[in-house]
Design a protein around this ligand. Structure first.
Ligand code: FES
Ligand code: FES
Length: 168
């Protein structure tokens, strides 16, 4: 069965008549054409590569149907940077070499986007927060350093600027 839905992704509304079984990750990649959201585990919810922010919460887009996101607001990796400036979490990964092949990186960044809105976190909390995303090549030490760099950046931001970076 088909249904007409509309999902706002990175501020742009995408309206489409879709099969009710279409996954949100496939809507993002195939309907919206935003292929920065990856599929890594044959949509079993295990790898976290498909993580996006849905109405402010990090979700695995392979575990949701597109129809469940009808009317919702989604932020993907393509919507993180502003006016050519990297988001603080992107900058942290850049500065601390938090990636190698980059396959897991969009999922990690979108997972941490929600987490960083409250930047007071211990190393253990950082590791717990990103435990739903599997990185196969970097090793997590650099990733934790990247997140700590981002936390320091976010903490130093004036309140208004911080709000702007975390306003979908
Ligand atoms: S594709 Fe692996 S958790 Fe969604
Ligand atoms: S950087 Fe290669 S899988 Fe994470």
């Amino acid at each position: 069965m088909k249904r007409s839905i509309g999902i706002t992704i990175n501020g742009e509304v995408y309206e489409e008549t879709v099969d009710q079984r279409l996954l949100l990750v496939d809507f993002i990649r195939e309907v919206a054409g935003l292929t920065g959201t990856h599929v890594g585990c044959s949509v079993e919810g295990r790898c976290g590569a498909c993580t996006v922010v849905l109405n402010g919460k990090a979700v695995k887009a392979c575990l949701l149907l597109a129809v469940q996101a009808d009317g919702a607001s989604v932020l993907t990796i393509e919507g993180l940077a502003r006016d050519d400036a990297l988001h603080p979490i992107q900058d942290g990964f850049w500065e601390k070499h938090g990636l190698q092949c980059g396959f897991c990186t969009p999922g990690l960044l979108m997972t941490l986007y929600e987490f960083l809105q409250n930047p007071k976190h211990s190393d253990e909390e950082i590791r717990t927060a990103m435990s739903g995303v599997i990185c196969r090549c970097t090793g997590y030490v650099h990733i934790v350093e990247a997140v700590k760099h981002a936390i320091a950046t976010v903490e130093a931001l004036p309140p208004q600027e911080r709000k702007e970076w975390f306003n979908e």
